[in-house]
Write a protein that binds this ligand. Structure first.
Ligand SMILES: [Fe+2]
Length: 383
């Protein structure tokens, strides 16, 4: 049997009003002062208030840093890190979608290390351990609440990079389905397809393990089963709990396995054209599956089964095709954009984006070897 390693660094707590547990988890760490990292939209929507009502400020002082924007930047993270240091925070609480949680990770590094987050691209590049981090996801997509990495954008160079570390995963994640109830379709769809892409790329990753594949496959099954009901009525708490859980276990899976060509190509789309991450994945998912066709057919058949298709009466290759067809149908049915030109991408940056794609740490995990020319070709096909 081939050697493999699977791990997760996060205690996951799930249930309605689970943020009640923040105090006891903070007490375990001995934390007295937290920087709450979020964005203004969540604050306006009253979500932060719903989290704060569970925090006893006599025991845990909270300072709010609400400046995170989509595709969190080096500048924002460095500013948040300096604030945490200046105020003497001993805990970071990140609440929101992927952007605030990733920003929280970067801030937890900068709070304890000198310099800028731009200096720490790659694995374990910082010297001192990051501040402990709690994560409260408010979308059903990111998985960042359990992963070891943060996606950060250097706006000076239009470059999105990953800062990751063995000790960078949140210490605890608080999954409250009541916080994702009623999220608008414009947030639900891209984040759900992001989670589906995490699960699929993780399942076929060269680094996947028995555990990560079990979690990834279950995530695919749950997303397929619950996405339509969630679109129909995002106020159904049971359905939204399933979506939140699916995104979480997809995150646990890819924390170990890494991802593949789709995520590697999605990052430059965000950096150059500010295409929201979930939309980039939604457009690229069918193209990425087409690209890897023939390199993981048995696993494609497993995923087709998880999506309620029946590949077993067919050859392995035809069964694998079923998966691609099912994904294309799903993306069509939900009315998501299917072309990069629909979301403002221009051809003149394709070569630059292909170059940056090749720097991604997801590239070695992809089942099919990837060449820069082929990446540029896929961007053109998707345009
Ligand atoms: Fe993603």
């Amino acid at each position: 049997m081939t050697f493999f390693k699977f791990g997760m660094g996060t205690k996951v707590l799930m249930g309605e009003n689970v943020c009640e547990q923040i105090m006891s988890e903070a007490e375990i760490l001995g934390a007295k002062k937290a920087l709450l990292v979020t964005d203004q939209g969540l604050e306006k929507a009253g979500i932060i208030e719903r989290i704060l009502k569970h925090i006893d400020e006599n025991k845990l002082e909270v300072i709010i840093f609400n400046e995170v924007k989509p595709d969190p930047s080096v500048k924002t993270i460095d500013k948040g890190g300096a604030l945490a240091r200046e105020k003497g925070c001993d805990l970071i609480i990140a609440a929101g979608g992927g952007s605030p949680i990733d920003a929280g990770k970067g801030i937890s590094v900068i709070a304890n290390n000198s310099g800028s987050s731009a200096d720490y691209e790659g694995l374990n590049q910082y010297k001192k351990p990051p501040l402990p981090l709690f994560a409260v996801p408010t979308t059903t997509g990111t998985g960042s609440e359990v992963t070891f990495g943060a996606v950060i954008t250097n706006t000076d160079t239009n470059y999105k990079f990953i800062l990751y570390g063995d000790d960078l995963a949140p210490k605890a994640a608080f999954l409250d389905p009541a916080l994702v109830v009623g999220i608008p379709r414009s947030v639900l769809l891209p984040t759900a397809i992001d989670a589906l892409t995490h699960a699929m790329e993780s399942y076929i990753s060269k680094n996947s393990t028995l555990q990560s594949r079990a979690l990834a496959l279950e995530a695919i099954r749950l997303i397929k089963k619950n996405l339509s009901p969630a679109i129909e009525n995002s106020n159904n708490i049971e359905v939204m709990a399933n979506m939140l859980y699916a995104a979480n276990i997809a995150g646990i899976a890819f924390g170990t396995s890494r991802l593949g060509i789709i995520h590697a190509m999605a990052l430059p789309l965000g950096a150059f054209f500010h295409v929201p991450h979930g939309i980039a994945n939604t457009i690229l998912l069918p193209h990425g599956l087409d690209y890897n066709f023939g390199y993981a057919d048995k696993r494609y058949c497993d995923m087709a089964r998880a999506m309620d298709e029946d590949p077993d009466s067919l050859s392995e290759q035809d069964g694998a095709r079923k998966l691609i067809d099912a994904v294309k149908k799903l993306v069509r049915d939900i009315g998501a954009p299917t072309r990069l030109s629909d979301v403002g991408v221009k051809e003149d940056k394709i070569n630059d984006m292909a170059r940056d794609t090749m720097k991604s740490s997801h590239i070695p995990a992809n089942p099919r070897p990837i060449l820069e020319d082929e990446v540029a070709q896929i961007y053109r096909q998707a345009l």
